[in-house]
Design a protein around this ligand. Structure first.
Ligand SMILES: NC(=O)c1ccc[n+]([C@@H]2O[C@H](COP(=O)([O-])OP(=O)(O)OC[C@H]3O[C@@H](n4cnc5c(N)ncnc54)[C@H](OP(=O)(O)O)[C@@H]3O)[C@@H](O)[C@H]2O)c1
Length: 335
């Protein structure tokens, strides 16, 4: 049983805990929040919690847990992950893990100094069975002509932004915006399927706050291009498409949720390769991470962990390049 603590008390943390406890392999024992009152109110729903904290140093000194799930605003990920690794805690860090290659390098250096610590970026969708179906099909294609991947959802916080409030996800201060929040799913998918692009550019539609409300990125793979459409101020119902000559792979309902995967063959016949929606989309990543935590020395697990880390580093690089190309600067960039 992997005992874990959490940072961040929003809906996504509840979803993570539900998935974790449903696997029967993880148990929440410690809660951090900025206030004790909130930590205690949150913890009251979970029967194995032994301590609540409003101080991060105290939280990381709590030996009731070995692993922390961090779901704080993006700009806080880096400092919190560094503290966790230094304290010897395994880290499951929400996407995007950090906002620059410089930060990522610090994390890699810390991991080298703490070889017993395991670090995972919680890019849930690349662990899902349907993504493996996509990977297998792409590997069968002789050639790729390109892909169009879209993830655009009207944010539950956009009305609040329009009303003059500053929800974290629409601020530069908290490293928000469409690319960081939703585009990261598409970048992950592109890099996992096609590798590192030779060049990448992002045309961003910026809001007054300075973040990108939506935008289109082009990843240039030389022989082909991958177009990524991301947005938090409108809804798109476009599925993702991957082109291979006369064949097309369709990722519906969108490229990030991938509930239905279909292959349209050269004759126009549609073959459904997968059609299922997980009850909780975080279950697959949790099982993958716990496999490693339970048996970290098995070579198959070491290889997987290494591959996920390398992918996280590559995605971080592409995300940074895209952001630079759109001249979106975060206050933490010069820290
Ligand atoms: N994997 C997924 O499907 C998925 C879905 C949604 C979000 N996410 C990721 O999860 C992370 C959190 O997203 P979110 O929308 O939940 O963020 P959020 O609501 O802005 O903040 C998350 C938590 O951080 C703490 N927090 C809020 N504002 C803070 C501030 N100013 N200073 C310090 N702490 C603050 C709060 O916890 P306390 O009040 O308890 O301190 C809050 O519950 C992001 O990295 C996001 O990308 C992932």
């Amino acid at each position: 049983m992997i005992n874990f603590g959490i940072i961040g008390t929003n809906f996504i943390t509840k979803q993570f805990i539900a998935a974790a406890e449903n696997t029967g392999r993880m148990r929440l024992t410690a809660v951090y929040s900025r206030t004790q009152a909130k930590a205690q109110a949150f913890a009251s729903a979970y029967r194995y919690v032994t301590a609540t904290h409003d101080d991060l140093a105290d939280f990381f000194a709590d030996d009731s847990f070995s692993t922390v799930y961090i779901a704080s605003p993006n700009s806080l990920h880096f400092d919190q992950a560094c503290q966790a690794i230094t304290a010897g805690k395994n880290v499951i860090l929400e996407k995007p893990a950090t906002t620059s290659p410089a930060q990522m390098q610090v994390i890699l250096d810390l991991l080298q100094a703490h070889p017993q610590v395991h670090f995972f970026e919680a890019a849930r969708h690349i662990h899902e069975p349907n993504f493996k179906v996509v990977q297998e099909q792409v590997a069968k294609f002789d050639q790729i002509q390109g892909a169009n991947l879209t993830y655009e959802k009207y944010s539950s916080k956009f009305d609040s932004y329009l009303a003059g409030n500053n929800p974290n996800v629409f601020t530069l201060e908290f490293a928000g915006g469409a690319l960081q929040d939703l585009g990261v799913y598409l970048v992950y998918e592109a890099v996992a399927l096609f590798g590192m692009p030779q060049a990448s550019t992002y045309a961003a539609q910026k809001l007054e706050s300075g973040v990108d409300g939506k935008g289109t990125a082009i990843l240039d793979y030389g022989d082909f291009k991958v177009v990524l459409n991301m947005g938090k101020m409108n809804n798109s119902y476009l599925p993702g498409e991957i082109y291979a000559g006369k064949q097309t792979l369709i990722l519906a309902n969108n490229a990030a949720d991938m509930e239905k995967i279909s292959l349209v063959d050269a004759q126009g016949q549609v073959h459904v390769l997968a059609n299922n929606r997980p009850n909780n989309p975080m279950t697959a990543e949790i099982n993958d991470f716990v496999d490693v935590l339970e048996n970290p020395t098995a070579s198959v697990n070491q290889q997987k962990e290494q591959a996920w880390l390398q992918l996280a580093v590559q995605v971080n690089r592409v995300m940074y390049d895209l952001r630079q190309s759109a001249q979106i600067e975060f206050p933490t960039d010069n820290k």
